[in-house]
Ligand binder design. Structure first.
Ligand SMILES: [Fe+2]
Ligand SMILES: [Fe+2]
Length: 504
């Protein structure tokens, strides 16, 4: 194709996804994908899971109280692993045969630094350290929360999770609010997830719950979507969830906090009963709930009405403090009223009910809902577009501090909640210390920029349409722009030449 480029015209730099050889994601006899998690009681229990080739069918973990003297291993205990065969050779995108090994460490001493390693008796990982939770303590502890990892995982999530470790090296665990990968069964994407986090996954307990992208058909003939075939092999999580949802819905009590992970993809009614029981029986000071599909959508054209109608009354009744969500590939944080009568028409900013947050950590970005949370009985206080974020949440006795940071470590949002007897939490906005709000219009364009004037001429040619996607392509077959225009359900996909002229 002949390209007629105006003199001096700069073509946009094109994105080309990095290529990965098949070999890159294959297991070896040496342990990889090592991931730590906690049990229901992180003062006394933890789990570790790892992967090898299917040749390694007997595996062990060793654990000892860590000391500065290098031969702390003299006191180590050896525990035989449970090994599961992961035969996904016939599954599109997975095409792997491997063994996964897991061990539960139980009867641990609270508030103690342990070192563990995993292997087959000859080949071993390094000794990896973690600390158990103190028992019954109200001392300060912190954890991390990230939204959808999902896209450009190795390319762009790596910097985010490493920055989060720099900001909160003492974080006790990481909440992953679903959509860890884009294609549920895709081995390469899981390899990216494990590579990007590296030893952070092995050192800070993972608290992952599945998003819609962890569910996908197992093949073209499958009639329904299945949970990522890797999920149960590669994570070892508390099996205290509702029957049939083990390791996708579960909870943990960390010091004076109960954190509940829900699987918003399936069985809403069953989980409603379960979560209500958990909330009614706990005497923990702080209640945090995490799941993927937000009760109040951050982005346009999305609404999880049925899920909201099932869960919100329960969260209101039991005064859930904080809800951590994903799915919308943007940032939104706000509050609801704990009880309509308390408000009595006063200033909306005094609403001090449950705080809801949506966040995104990977590289895929959506636009924010046009009218904030209008139409929901909630107020959105702070939002972002086009920004990779992680959150550090700290709890000390009756105070919870929430800080959201960008991928380069700038404070983006902050607030505190203070527990008050018989009253809703006091809410203190600390976002005055944060950087200015970020949107598509004041950040590096997410879509490839069209030549000047082309957007206006497209929109006048197609009245009522909105420009939804622009991708500059420069390869053997085509050089020019692929453009998407939407008007409600109607969609136009156009090819333009480098000057923006529509090609038929
Ligand atoms: Fe997502
Ligand atoms: Fe999602």
């Amino acid at each position: 194709m002949a390209i007629n480029i105006a003199l001096g015209q700069q073509l946009p730099r094109t994105y080309k996804a990095p290529e990965f050889d098949l070999e890159w994601r294959k297991p070896t006899d040496h342990p990889d994908r090592i991931v730590l998690s906690y049990g229901e009681d992180p003062a006394t229990s933890a789990s570790v899971t790892w992967r090898t080739t299917s040749e390694i069918d007997t595996a062990y973990a060793e654990i000892a109280i860590a000391t500065a003297a290098p031969k702390f291993w003299r006191n180590a205990k050896t525990i035989k692993a449970i090994t599961t065969r992961f035969d996904a050779l016939g599954i599109d995108g997975a095409e792997v045969l491997s063994n996964h090994h897991s061990v539960w460490f139980t009867d641990l001493k609270s508030d103690t630094t342990y070192a563990y390693r995993v292997g087959d008796g000859k080949r071993w990982s390094e000794w990896i350290q973690f600390k158990t939770a103190p028992k019954e303590s109200k001392d300060k502890f912190s954890f991390l929360y990230v939204g959808d990892t999902q896209n450009f995982i190795l390319e762009l999530w790596s910097r985010l999770i490493r920055e989060s470790y720099k900001k909160a090296p003492d974080a006790k665990f990481i909440v992953h609010a679903g959509d860890l990968v884009n294609n549920a069964h895709n081995e390469q994407q899981w390899q990216e997830w494990f590579d990007a986090g590296g030893w952070i996954h092995a050192s800070i307990g993972a608290f992952p719950i599945p998003g819609n992208h962890e569910y996908q058909n197992l093949g073209p003939e499958a009639s329904e979507r299945s949970l990522s075939v890797q999920w149960k092999h590669q994570f070892t999580l508390p099996e205290n969830g509702p029957e049939g949802l083990e390791e996708t819905a579960y909870y943990m009590d960390y010091q004076n906090m109960r954190i509940i992970g829900l699987n918003s993809n399936v069985d809403h009614g069953k989980q409603a009963k379960w979560v209500e029981k958990l909330l009614s029986e706990t005497d923990k000071d702080w209640i945090i709930v995490t799941f993927h599909h937000p009760l109040f959508s951050a982005s346009d054209g999305r609404d999880n009405k049925e899920w909201r109608e099932v869960m919100k009354p329960i969260f209101d009744t039991y005064g859930v403090d904080l809800v951590l969500q994903g799915h919308d590939h943007s940032y939104a944080r706000g509050r609801v009223s704990p009880d309509e009568n308390v408000l009595d028409g006063v200033n909306l900013r005094d609403k001090t009910g449950t705080v809801y947050v949506v966040s995104v950590s990977g590289g895929k970005m959506y636009g924010l809902r046009k009218n904030a949370w209008e139409g929901y009985d909630a107020e959105r206080d702070r939002a972002a577009e086009n920004t990779q974020l992680f959150q550090v949440i700290s709890i000390e006795d009756n105070r919870l501090s929430f800080e959201s940071y960008t991928a380069v470590g700038e404070l983006y949002d902050a607030f505190e909640l203070i527990k008050r007897t018989g009253l809703p939490n006091e809410f203190i906005d600390r976002s005055d210390k944060a950087i200015a709000e970020r949107r598509f219009y004041n950040t590096i364009p997410y879509e490839d920029p069209l030549p000047e004037g082309v957007e206006q001429s497209l929109l006048s040619k197609y009245p009522g349409f909105e420009l939804k996607g622009v991708r500059f392509v420069n390869d053997k077959e085509f050089t020019g722009y692929k453009v998407r225009l939407d008007k409600g359900e109607e969609r136009k996909e156009l090819s333009l030449d480098v000057n923006g002229k529509i090609l038929d």
